[in-house]
Design a protein around this ligand. Structure first.
Ligand SMILES: Cc1ncc(COP(=O)(O)O)c(C=O)c1O
Length: 483
């Protein structure tokens, strides 16, 4: 391996070359530029790069090794020593950065728990690797100059064309390829929308309460005030939205996150009328539509009013968050502003990945994958229903018709936090309703149980453990017929 090290020597200097090399490397180790474990070029390679004789570098390396800055091991070459500059090893530094990233949940990374029932991810082990590899390989094999170059910031035209057709077919979305933007996940779509809204004078964005805490933080960091609007069994309370003063709302009408309510037909009409009356927009986050039961599922809200609803989707739940693939279908006049902002933002996301995704849709692989997962999640949902009835008596399971999570409404006397803590001691990680709440504290205590990552057998055992924690709550908290 020919490692490169950015270093220079000054031939005009009276300082001997070996000392120059030694001092430069030592400085880089001390100031942390060269971190513990970093491999250095061989003496032969560095000598060639610097245009000096090999003995110069050998002498410098030997001296630095003697001083404890470098270690040399047969077969693995020369690297920065563990206490060189007092820095953490490269691997642990990377791990630390990952575990302190903003997306990491405050309650651990879940690796220590036997049953991780928290929301936020999908059945990643089911990622269709072979089909995806085939699509990536074919996309790359066919890519010419145009495909390997910059694509329009809003996305590769072919992908937008195929995706527009697909969204029309499966969700009734009424859009044109030119009104569809490929984003780096829904997160970027939301960030772009927030920027455009702020530029247009908006200062508040209504959100569902309970809702997604991460999205609220996102909105706040984009300098918009998230205004919580309570949710009931019919979805967002449009009557309260009407009184909020906001002119744009972010909502999950297909399967409210996290309660699972599907926005009722009457509320759909009411929401569109509101958007027209305030000259505003509805942002429809269709995050888990792939897992709705197809029969009887209403089309996307956007199909009722493409001029007022911004439709947003993502591959995170159906494929994997690692792809960072999302999309936004917006009314034309809004799309023009989104494109303008996007052009100065990141000039678009990976064209090759978009082309692979287009193939994934076009060959039917996405439909096949969804069908498989829908069947599996249907089975898991049934297990959640049965085992909850058995082990958590007095609990109501809401939002049980689709998606990846169930909302378990607990008897009013249950202390949510105590139950979550007790569950954790039994190796079950789960979040409560309050974690998702902004200001509406009127709801009964609840658990939000994701069955995305735990299979049927695991759910049986995990919910039994949860039940054991539930039964041990102080007398008077649990349902009357708890055994
Ligand atoms: C409510 C909701 N919307 C959208 C997303 C998808 O976000 P992204 O595409 O940025 O991964 C998620 C993923 O967890 C989600 O929970």
């Amino acid at each position: 391996m020919s490692w490169h090290l950015a270093l220079e020597v000054d031939r005009a200097s009276r300082v001997p070359l070996a000392l120059q090399v030694r001092d430069s490397v030592r400085r880089l180790v001390e100031d942390g530029t060269l971190r513990t474990g970093t491999r250095l070029p061989s003496s032969r390679q560095l000598a060639a790069d610097l245009g000096v004789s090999r003995s110069v570098v050998v002498e410098a390396y030997e001296q630095l090794a003697a001083e404890g800055y470098l270690v040399t091991r047969r077969g693995s070459g020369t690297s920065v020593a563990a206490d060189g500059g007092g820095l953490a090893p490269v691997d642990s530094a990377l791990t630390a950065a990952a575990s302190t990233s903003t997306s990491a949940p405050a309650d651990g990374d879940g690796s220590e728990a036997a049953w991780d029932l928290r929301t936020g991810t999908s059945n990643l082990l089911a990622f269709p690797r072979q089909e995806w590899i085939r699509c990536v390989t074919a996309a790359l094999a066919d890519a010419g100059h145009r495909e390997l170059s910059y694509s329009p910031p809003a996305g590769v035209p072919l992908t937008r064309h195929i995706l527009a057709g697909y969204l029309g077919r499966v969700r009734g979305v009424r859009t044109r390829p030119e009104d569809l933007m490929i984003t780096s996940g829904f997160a970027q779509g939301l960030a772009l929308l927030c920027r455009v809204l702020r530029d247009r004078g908006h200062r508040a964005l209504a959100v569902e309460d309970p809702g997604h805490p991460g999205e609220r933080e996102f909105i706040a960091s984009a300098h918009l005030r998230p205004v919580g609007i309570p949710v009931d069994a019919e979805g967002i309370r449009v009557d309260l939205l009407e009184r909020s003063g906001a002119r744009v709302v972010l909502t999950t009408p297909g399967h409210q996150f996290p309660t699972g309510a599907c926005l009722s037909p009457a509320r759909r009409e009411q929401l569109i009328s509101w958007a027209r009356a305030v000259d505003g927009y509805v942002i429809e986050d269709d995050y888990d539509n792939a897992y709705q039961s197809r029969a009887g599922q209403p089309s996307a809200l956007q199909s009722l009013a493409p001029d007022r609803v911004v439709y947003a989707g993502s591959a995170s739940k159906v494929l994997a968050p690692a792809l960072r693939l999302g999309w936004v279908a917006a009314p034309s006049e809004l799309m023009a502003s989104l494109e303008h902002v996007r052009a100065g933002w990141d000039i678009g996301c990976s064209g090759l990945e978009q082309l692979a995704f287009a193939r994934f849709i076009d060959t039917g692989a996405l439909d096949r994958h969804q069908r498989r997962l829908r069947a599996e999640f249907g089975r898991r949902r049934e297990v959640v229903r049965q085992e909850t009835a058995r082990h958590l008596p007095g609990t109501r399971v809401l939002g049980g018709d689709g998606g990846l999570q169930a909302y378990l409404e607990l008897p009013p006397a249950v202390d949510e936090d105590s139950l979550i803590r007790a569950a954790r001691t039994r190796s079950v990680l789960i979040r409560g309703g309050r974690f998702h709440t902004l200001t509406d504290t009127s709801r009964p205590p609840a658990l939000v149980l994701s069955y995305a990552t735990v299979g049927c057998d695991g759910l049986v055992r995990g919910i039994a453990e949860l039940g054991a924690a539930y039964r041990r709550l102080p007398a008077g908290q649990v349902g009357a017929n708890a055994s």
